[in-house]
Design a protein around this ligand. Structure first.
Ligand code: F6P
Length: 362
């Protein structure tokens, strides 16, 4: 009997989602003769009546889709169905409506592409309905536990590195400190990787406690030695230095405000060093691009494996990239955990070895 599996993308978009949808649909069709149903806007599509779902035609998912950014199914990072925000400000549990929708679609399995928050919600939604669920990790933040790589991360690093490549010459031309703020809600993976690849002088991440005094001393030393421009990468989640303003030599400035870490840091560095400083907030530019070849490969490998996991009769799993292998792991070992930058890991050691200041010493 032909089976029908569902796929949805949930949480913030990133590059490579279309490549996952394509890989899942092609593997289901070519490998097992299964049909794939795409659900619109993550769990929101399952709250719509009629349900926002359509069968995906494998013959139409050509190469053009693999390199298109975003997700053609749509996604959401709002509206937890267990506490759905209602117009009157209250929160309502709408998970029952989703269970009804899943049942009425007649699905034999479900694949959800999401970060740890989305995977936790999807797991909770599908378990009681008795439909096998498999997760595919995606997030530019790369902080999903038990996978070395999440779809979208490689592209985000490439974009942040390209931004540094562009900031370097303009900074050098004006003897300026160029501060680049990159995304990473709770983790510094993008910052440390792009900082190394882009030749940054300073990288500040939430995983390593830093002091403004160390950063300003590092930049002052560079300037004394004749290099008057500096490249600084700061993760949006890096938090503020614990230096009181006086010891940093600058005026009292509030903690990062709505302008974010980058602007806050640029103000402080300018005041403390006497150099001009400019901040660039890269923001969603890191998410919206065409996926790198590496992200497309990861998307393909994880998408194929997700279907194979369902075909093997397994459930409640997440496919993962580990030690150059595609594996699958229990979702219970993923949700509620996160994989932040290892302060003793290879990237941090590499950064230190290159003389990059991480703010914990000058
Ligand atoms: O988790 C992915 C991410 O892009 C984070 O890096 C960032 O903090 C957040 O999402 C931004 O979310 P939104 O798209 O809702 O502004």
């Amino acid at each position: 009997m032909t089976k029908r599996i569902g796929i949805l993308t949930s949480g913030g978009d990133c590059a490579g989602l279309n490549a996952v949808i394509r890989a899942v649909t092609l593997r289901a069709h070519h490998g097992y003769g299964w049909k794939t149903v795409g659900i619109g806007y993550g769990t929101l599509g399952l709250l719509e009546r009629p349900i926002d779902a359509r069968e995906l035609d494998p013959t139409r998912l050509d190469a053009a889709l693999a390199h298109r950014g975003g997700t053609f199914l749509g996604s959401t990072n709002r509206g937890d169905p267990f506490a759905f925000p209602m117009p009157d400000g209250s929160a309502r549990d709408r998970s029952g409506e989703i269970a009804d929708a899943i049942t009425s679609l007649g699905l034999d399995g479900m694949i959800g592409v999401g970060g740890d928050g989305s995977l936790a919600i999807l797991r909770r939604l599908f378990a009681p309905v008795g439909i096998p669920f498999v997760g595919v990790p995606k997030t530019i933040d790369n902080d999903v536990a038990n996978t070395e790589r999440a779809v979208g991360y490689s592209t985000a690093i490439a974009i942040a590195t390209e931004a540094l490549d562009r900031l370097q010459p303009t900074g050098a031309s004006h003897d300026r400190i160029m501060v680049l703020e990159v995304m990473g809600r709770d983790a510094g993976h993008i910052a440390i990787a792009a900082g190394i690849a882009g030749g940054a002088d300073v990288v500040l991440i939430p995983e390593i406690g830093w002091r403004l005094a160390h950063v300003t001393r590092h930049i002052a030393t560079l300037r004394e030695r004749g290099r008057r421009a500096a490249l600084v990468v700061v993760a949006e989640a890096a938090g503020k230095s614990d230096d009181p303003p006086e010891s940093a030599g600058g005026p009292a400035v509030d903690a990062p405000d709505h302008r974010g870490m980058g602007a806050w840091l640029a103000d402080r560095l300018a005041a403390a060093t006497g150099a001009e400083a400019r901040a660039t907030v890269l923001g969603h530019v890191q998410r919206g691009a065409e996926p790198t070849a590496e992200d497309r490969l990861l998307a393909a490998a994880l998408g194929v494996r997700a279907v194979d996991v369902l075909a093997a009769g397994k459930a409640d799993r997440m496919v993962a990239w580990w030690n150059r292998q595609v594996i699958d792991v229990p979702l219970e070992k993923v949700v509620g955990r996160s994989r932040t930058v290892d302060p003793d890991g290879a990237l941090v050691r590499t950064a230190r070895a290159l003389g990059i200041c991480l703010g914990d010493a000058a």
